[in-house]
Design a protein around this ligand. Sequence first.
Ligand SMILES: Nc1ncnc2c1ncn2[C@@H]1O[C@H](COP(=O)(O)OP(=O)(O)OP(=O)(O)O)[C@@H](O)[C@H]1O
Ligand SMILES: [Mg+2]
Length: 320
Amino acid sequence: MTDQKPADMNDVAPTALKDLVGQRGVVDQVAVALEAANADGKKMDHALLVGPPGMGKTALARVVASEMGTELHGVLGQSLVASSDLNALLLGARNKDIIHVDEAHELDREYQTALYLALDQRKVLLQGRTKSGPQSIPLADFTLLLSTTDEYGLLQPLRDRMKLTLRFEFYKPEDLASVVRMRSRALGWDVDDDVLPLIARRARGTPRLALRLLQSCRRVCRAEAETAITHRHLLRACDLEGIDEIGLGPTEQQYLTALADGTTRLNVVASLLGLPARTVSQVVEPFLLRLGFVVKDDQGRRELTAKGRAHLSNRGNNPV
Ligand SMILES: Nc1ncnc2c1ncn2[C@@H]1O[C@H](COP(=O)(O)OP(=O)(O)OP(=O)(O)O)[C@@H](O)[C@H]1O
Ligand SMILES: [Mg+2]
């Protein structure tokens, strides 16, 4: 690797819509919204980005800002802890800028309300600035992007003000292989071609996991003072991290084990895993449901399917 090559994964993250791999539905919706905004010389419509972690919501927010040629103002929902934080965020944006609130369902209800009122009135009220009472300050015409794993954790009036809903789906293995290929090329990392689909297969439909596994492979490769990432490095990386042949990590494996004795309630599974129930249902379960390893009912009960049971009993017998 030469000195000019960027060393960090996110230094080479996508900046244009055409660099985003897969996720056609979302990308097409955004392409139309950007074209409409350009044709009218206006900002892009506000959008709600919904999907499991690591699927590219923040990446899309970056891309939208760079396609609009404007600035991205990104915050985490839980980091807004005072009205002044929200006001500073809103007042910091200029026309057509992008405000991205990640994990928007963590935003306190009080601030969710303040946010939709600010969108309606296109102004904020600053308390105690003048003796004559609160001061009203107009807001620029920005685009609000709200990212969430849990759209119903947002107040309905705020949700209703988002003109677009962008639903992120799990990626196909061939798309994940492309994400890994593009990123390794941009980083100047040499990866054997046969390793790409194997990384993709272990990434649970999620670009972040594919890239994390690429990074783990690279770590093993460099620790062995080698330059090209091979199948052997991948096997060692998976072994070190407890990732099985379809990409399930220790938490997913514990989840399946927790259901081995029969139907189990979500809160029981969550306490066995030592995780909040919400994390289990929004982060751990979606891919297992997609795989058809688990079914859930309206009463909060979870059950392994024959497929899930077969995977559990084959554990350790499958070639990685
Ligand atoms: N469609 C894509 N094409 C190329 N790279 C992608 C794509 N989607 C995501 N990535 C890359 O995958 C990584 C994870 O994406 P990102 O951080 O945007 O996920 P996220 O949905 O915002 O996750 P979280 O819910 O945890 O905030 C980033 O390095 C990003 O650049
Ligand atoms: Mg994000």
